[in-house]
Design a protein around this ligand. Structure first.
Ligand code: BGP
Length: 462
């Protein structure tokens, strides 16, 4: 069995505009849903048109101004790929304008040029946990069909603008999360009914299909994927009731991949919709749009969980309510660590879809200590990532087609769930405290050198 990864394997890291850029109101940017959730996607929703607040995300790690330094550090580690997202509100500040904001477009031109200068391939998410807040207040978010048109205009604009620079695209980050957090996912109130949420999700799936079609038309040599929160569940016990409950639990997220990879709704949803009084409005044109299937499947993987018929065992994870596995240890944030889970997930997805897979998020959020001599000894992170990469290599040897691996947060950033700075994921430490103080100076952690050697050895030294 090969102990190196394929020569064309893309190695790198993944960030998202709203978690790194800052500059939340610069150069014409509009307010996004992320700007209105200063304490993370589970915190309060603040109407910033009327209420003045400070949010740690307003400056974040100031990537908007410091990206040349950060991209150079990624290049020093040997990255061949960087996943980032475009903030929709930099391009269309309110979301419903006819013409884009040139200053916003110019920023991403500069960013992509900087990556390409260092031979780093951009992998760009169109929508990562943010949308124009105006579309929420004026149109009712994705619950309104008009938002499909606005998103399509945005997607077309960025495909046309960056067609020579960006050849790898993703539509919606962790598209299955809307079932758990509808405000961030689809711009709906948190107390929305299941029927409202599924209708909004339907609109988003249609928009995803339209984006795929446009991408193929405008950039024929590009590849565009979806993005799933890979929340694989194992049966808590061999009790048939638990096994069946687990099967249904996995449908909860596989459904999105089924639609996006096959081009139509899977029949298992019919019963679910009926039993939950959900009657979706689906037009003939919608069905046509859904037929535009993705080229590859991408997903995030941090942990696995368990399925059981006993709902009282659920505990709060980051985004999902999960049932813990008694055989696994957890991170400081209670996320259970399961490297074999990623091999299992890769095999499962490949057997189900027979499409190439891209791991676009994986990593360990932990508290790091900056020593007096400027070092950070994050062996725990090295161990976590090493063990996961070993299992990815196993999956490749199992015959799974894996395009690449972008670890989550190669540089410390603001966490999504609670806007914490102390939950660090990076190979690069950023001097920033939760109260917003700090020099923002960057320091290389021990894991920086470890990842650099993993990439240069193509994984042979794992
Ligand atoms: C995923 C999101 C990312 C990222 C990551 C870690 O769900 O796509 O944006 O933040 O989780 O989560 P957190 O930041 O809450 O630790």
């Amino acid at each position: 069995m090969a102990n190196t990864f394929p020569n064309d394997f893309l190695w790198g890291g993944a960030i998202a505009a709203n978690q790194v850029e800052g500059a939340y109101n610069e150069d014409g940017k509009g307010l996004s849903t992320s700007d209105c959730t200063p304490n993370g996607l589970f915190g309060d929703i603040v109407d910033r048109n009327n209420v003045e607040i400070n949010s740690i995300k307003d400056r974040a790690i100031d990537f908007y101004h410091r990206y040349p330094e950060d991209v150079a550090l990624f290049a020093e580690m040997g990255f061949t790929c960087l996943r980032t997202s475009i903030a929709w509100t930099r391009i269309f500040p309110n979301g419903d304008e006819e013409q884009p904001n040139e200053k916003g477009l110019a920023f991403y031109d500069k960013l992509f040029d900087e990556m390409l200068k260092h031979n780093i391939t951009p992998l760009v998410t169109l929508s990562h946990y943010e949308m124009p807040y105006y579309l929420v207040t004026q149109y009712g978010g994705w619950g309104n069909r008009k938002v499909i048109e606005f998103f399509t205009r945005y997607a077309k604009t960025v495909f046309e603008r960056y067609k020579d620079k960006v050849k790898y695209w993703l539509t919606f980050n962790e598209i299955n999360m809307s079932l758990h957090e509808p405000f961030t996912g689809v711009g709906l109130a948190r107390n929305s009914s299941k029927a409202e949420i599924y209708q909004a999700i339907h609109h988003q799936l249609v928009a995803s299909g339209r984006a795929v079609k446009l991408c193929h038309q405008i950039i024929p040599d590009a590849k565009i994927g979806n993005m799933l929160l890979g929340a694989i569940a194992y049966p808590l016990s061999p009790k048939p009731e638990d096994v069946w409950a687990t099967h249904l639990e996995n449908h909860g997220w596989l459904f999105f991949g089924d639609v996006q990879a096959r081009g139509y709704y899977p029949t298992y949803m019919n019963r679910y919709f009926k039993e939950n009084n959900i009657e979706l409005t689906i037009s003939d044109q919608d069905r046509e749009d859904l037929k535009e299937t993705i080229d590859f499947i991408s997903f995030s993987y941090y942990m696995s969980c368990c399925g059981t018929a006993d709902d009282s065992l659920r505990q709060k994870g980051n985004i999902l309510d999960m049932v813990p596995n008694p055989h696994l240890k957890a991170s400081e944030w209670g996320w259970q660590i399961d490297p074999i889970g990623i091999r299992y997930l890769l095999n499962l997805l490949y057997e189900r879809f027979q499409k190439p897979l891209f791991i676009v998020e994986n990593g360990l959020g932990a508290k790091d200590k900056l020593e007096a001599d400027g070092t950070i000894n994050d062996d725990y992170r090295i161990n976590y990532m090493n063990d996961h990469l070993v299992q990815i290599r196993e999956a490749i040897n199992d015959g799974v087609e894996v395009m690449g691996y972008t670890s989550w947060g190669p540089i410390d950033l603001i966490s999504a769930s609670k806007a914490e700075v102390t939950k660090r994921y990076g190979f690069i430490y950023v001097d920033l405290n939760q109260d917003g103080s700090g020099t923002l100076q960057r320091y290389k952690k021990k894991s920086f050198y470890w990842y650099q050697s993993v990439i240069s050895s193509k994984g042979a030294n794992l």
